[in-house]
Design a protein around this ligand. Structure first.
Ligand code: LMR
Length: 365
């Protein structure tokens, strides 16, 4: 009897051991695996940064840089998760997502803030800035401060201005050299009433649509063309499905990095310091790299596609400016004269400074 019991016990131990080793690889590992990197994760702050462009763009790279700096400065205690290409929210949804604390940082183009306060549309005035230094002078100075002030009523905090560059026009319908060439051309534009007025004034048919629907609109020929910076035209491959591009530099496209004021107020002084410091360093980095990136990608477009490119001559630029000038008088009435006066003054001061975006090489010849 004793022997029987001993045999049964041995058999059971053998059976359990065989079961354990035989099925070990199928057992859930998380409960048993210890990972050094996981230590302290429960204390980590995770913030979401949502944007709509590709990673290899001035905004995409700046968001990445910001995340790296925050990680470094907080010894990994604060993590910024980036959602690019509109993978989380479209440009139409992201401001609400920020207000509802679904995401903690966004960087919409300033044009899209016209939905909150019309003052932002002043930055969309045609040819408002003639080069990158004019943009920086305006946004780091009184114009930028004034616009940041408008965010308070919506409970938002402007953390920085990031730059992309100057907009160009692409089309499938025909080359665009004179303002009249835009007549009857349909174009995808950003959500900005100022941009809409600008194209209507030239007889074009502008459609305000989300950024991430642009490729499809062009591909299915729902619109003839669009306006954007080289980096967006390049990274979203618009140039693959467009026959003509005009280097017009007719408008500026830059970003305002936003967070929700009450979210920011809830952070500890140390977290605030880290976020602000990282943002300041990122902004300086972005200003240093955006222009070159647009220049390099223009060369890539020339190398990679047969798209016909026309660059406005200084005389043609003057013609375009003249055709679009009535918008300034109108904007004084709708946006307010102080801001428009500041923009006009900046434009007058900088318009004759030697370098327009992308014309550097020609003018040094
Ligand atoms: C656009 O909608 O064309 C741009 O605002 C996209 C971007 O964020 O650069």
């Amino acid at each position: 009897m004793k022997n029987l019991l001993a045999y049964t016990l041995l058999l059971m131990i053998g059976f359990v051991t065989a079961l354990y080793f035989g099925f070990y690889h199928m057992m859930p590992k998380s409960a048993t695996t210890f990972d050094d990197e996981q230590t302290g994760l429960k204390d980590q702050l995770v913030f979401k940064f949502s944007h709509v462009v590709a990673d290899n763009t001035p905004k995409g790279l700046a968001a990445k840089k910001f995340a790296e700096l925050v990680h470094e400065k907080s010894d990994g205690k604060i993590s910024i998760q980036i959602f690019s290409n509109g993978s989380l929210y479209s440009d139409i949804e992201e401001i609400n997502a920020l207000k509802e604390n679904q995401v903690q940082f966004i960087a919409p183009s300033t044009s899209k803030l016209g939905m909150l306060s019309p003052e932002w549309l002043a930055l969309d005035l045609p040819f408002a800035f003639s080069n990158y230094s004019a943009v920086q002078e305006g946004l780091h100075g009184a114009i930028g401060q004034r616009l940041f002030g408008t965010l308070q009523k919506d409970g938002l905090k402007g953390m920085a201005y990031w730059t992309n560059g100057f907009k160009q026009i692409t089309s499938n319908k025909g080359p665009i050299q004179q303002p009249a060439d835009l007549k009857n051309q349909s174009l995808r534009i950003m959500q900005s009433d100022m941009i809409e007025k600008q194209f209507k004034l030239l007889g074009a048919k502008p459609y305000q649509e989300s950024f991430n629907s642009t490729f499809q609109l062009l591909e299915t020929k729902k619109v003839d063309g669009e306006e954007n910076t080289i980096s967006n035209i390049y990274s979203k491959k618009f140039y693959h499905i467009q026959d003509y591009m005009t280097i017009s530099n007719h408008g500026y496209l830059g970003y305002v990095v936003l967070t929700d004021q009450s979210f920011f107020d809830r952070q500890t002084p140390e977290t605030k310091r880290i976020l602000l410091e990282a943002m300041e360093e990122t902004t300086a980095w972005n200003e240093k790299h955006a222009e070159q990136m647009n220049k390099d990608q223009l060369e890539d477009i020339k190398r990679e596609s047969p798209i016909a490119i026309h660059e406005l001559t200084p005389a043609e630029r003057q013609k375009w400016m003249k055709a679009l000038d009535p918008l300034y008088d109108e904007a004084e009435k709708t946006i307010g004269s102080t801001l428009i006066k500041q923009i006009r003054e900046l434009r007058a001061r900088c318009e004759h400074s030697p370098i327009h975006a992308f014309q550097e090489e020609d003018e040094s010849k």
